[in-house]
Design a binder for this molecule. Structure first.
Ligand code: NAP
Ligand code: MG
Length: 496
């Protein structure tokens, strides 16, 4: 196996040894029943990084049995809430203790810069577990003013066994968003990480055991979507499935869930409008447009990939943005000076370059970028790209590219931009840049999106709900709203 192991600390080198990584089922590290493994690749070099057990329907079944037993026989769902708090706090502390190692592992597996994995992914995962650690002791039922000859009250109980399927763009952070609330509410889980990025989830599995998560409460089964993921979505003994990924697969999950009517929450794609008015602080807006699309190589579900700029400043604005893009330091994620890394995989690399070609054929102009960064060797590097001369009906304006490619579209006025911004099947997020407070509020209400950022972008906090309108999915993760996803309500009547 070739990788830049020399430069890595012992802990990371040890974790990616040629021995294949196992899966976590019922508190034990086991091989796939089939004995199969798959390779995860370092996107900066296109070289193999580690071998991982390839779970399929048989392993999912074993994991569901373990999760079922841990739920039905306990103790986790009936544990004193304060005990669950302690375990969640220990998880957060252990991630913090190993934060450098986890950041390096994330960068190796996903390609993202160490700058981002250190400052965003790992701290975000820690905060998420800490936030949900506070909830177990604050999940209340109600007493209801019913007929006085009865006492009626509600219990908010866990949903049961949860299948959680996550993508590769924020591997550890997405695991935290899913596991934190599920486990806090007393559920048990089978987590399937993305095939491109299973490593930090597996390392997290080791930390979960160390933190005292009882066996079977969290099972981690790496493998492929149609086999492992499909088996989870289909499984008759799974009570809920939570999915983050493409809208296309989200629809498959929903269909598969019909078998036993399991609960479903979906956090899907986006083509989010980021709207810049003439009256905005132009420097701040350029910085926001830049971060909105180039953060994490643009592989962000809420990326501001449709940039609407008021006609009067369109040329100047796109020029400045293109200059900043040209100056962005691209390189391997482990290089501490890199500010944009490679895309996650060969497939994603081809998809993004394919969309740039589509854009050209549709008549878009490449203001900057638009090609592979060949200076960086075999890795999946695509230069940060600004497309101008785009109109909102082009494919590059309507389809999720999921790469460092922004489609810049001019607009006339407020009415025009609200209409265009809402002309999309998606509705995950939106940005508005203006100094006019009334306009900011009017537009925030008019946009059909789950999150609106005014004079900021990509702002996230475990305290604030996140999720989509329209085909960006349903259900809200984070904040107190995710308790709705992971609990159900029982009404108890007692004759007085
Ligand atoms: P994807 O296929 O939707 O992958 C997301 C997760 O679903 C992965 O764990 C995947 O497994 C699993 N999966 C795939 N097919 C499945 C099935 N039939 N049943 C159950 N689970 C299944 O996304 P992708 O192929 O990695 O990326 C494709 C596009 O999706 C991207 O270009 C982007 O547009 C979008 N995307 C959106 C988000 C987001 O945060 N909203 C994240 C990632 C991608 P494996 O990967 O292991 O096969
Ligand atoms: Mg990888």
């Amino acid at each position: 196996m070739q990788h830049e192991s020399q430069a890595l600390p012992e802990a990371v080198r040890g974790f990616i040894t040629p021995t294949s990584k196992k899966m976590l089922i019922g508190g034990k590290w086991v091989d796939a029943a089939s004995g199969k493994t798959f390779v995860t690749v370092n996107p900066a070099t296109a070289e193999p990084l580690a071998m991982v057990a390839e779970g399929d329907a048989v392993d999912i079944n074993r994991a569901v049995e373990a999760a079922r037993k841990a739920f039905d026989e306990g103790p986790w769902p009936h544990e004193k809430p304060a005990e669950r708090t302690k375990v969640l706090l220990r998880i957060a502390d252990l991630i913090e203790k190993h934060k450098d190692e986890l950041a390096q592992l994330e960068t190796l597996d996903n390609g993202k810069t160490l700058f981002e994995s250190r400052n965003v992914d790992i701290p975000g995962a820690i905060e998420t577990f800490r936030y949900y650690a506070g909830w177990p002791t604050k999940i209340y039922g109600e007493t209801n003013p019913s007929d006085p000859s009865f006492f009626n009250y509600t219990l908010r109980e866990p949903v049961g066994v949860c299948g959680q399927i996550i993508p590769w763009n924020f591997p550890l952070l997405m695991a935290a968003w899913k596991l934190g609330p599920a486990v806090a509410c007393g559920n048990t889980v089978i987590l399937k990480p993305a095939e491109q990025t299973p490593l930090t989830a597996l390392r997290l599995g080791e930390l979960l055991l160390e933190a005292g998560v009882p066996e079977g409460v969290v099972n981690i089964v790496p493998g492929f979507g149609p086999t492992a993921g499909g088996a989870l979505a289909n499984h008759p003994a799974v009570d809920k499935v939570a999915f983050t990924g493409s809208t296309e697969v989200g629809k498959e999950i929903l269909k598969a869930s019909a078998g036993n009517l399991k609960r479903v929450s979906l956090e899907l794609g986006g083509k989010s409008p980021n709207i810049v008015f003439v009256d905005a602080d132009q420097n701040a807006a350029v910085a926001g447009a830049f971060m909105g699309i180039f953060f994490n190589q643009g592989q962000v579900c809420c990326a501001g990939s449709r940039l609407f700029v008021e006609q009067k400043v369109y040329d100047q604005f796109t020029e400045t943005l293109a200059n900043s893009a040209a100056a962005l330091k691209q390189g391997p994620g482990l290089d501490k000076d890199s500010r944009i890394g490679p895309l996650v995989s060969q497939e994603q690399f081809e998809r993004v370059l394919g969309y740039i070609d589509i854009g050209k054929k549709e008549g878009a102009q490449i203001k900057v970028g638009g090609e592979q960064n060949k200076e960086l060797g075999k890795g999946y590097f695509v230069k940060p790209t600004v497309l101008t001369n785009v109109n909102n009906s082009m494919r590059v304006a309507q389809e999720e590219i999921f790469g460092p490619v922004v489609a810049a579209i001019p607009f006339k006025d407020e009415e025009d931009v609200v209409r265009q911004a809402n002309q999309t099947v998606y509705g995950l997020s939106a940005g508005v840049w203006t100094r006019d407070v009334s306009k900011a509020h009017r537009i925030s209400r008019a946009l059909r999106a789950g999150t609106v950022w005014v004079n900021c972008y990509n702002q996230l906090d475990p305290i604030s709900p996140f999720g989509g309108y329209k085909q960006s999915g349903f259900g809200r993760e984070l904040g107190l709203h995710s308790l709705e996803l992971y609990t159900q309500i029982k009404s108890v009547w007692l004759k007085v």
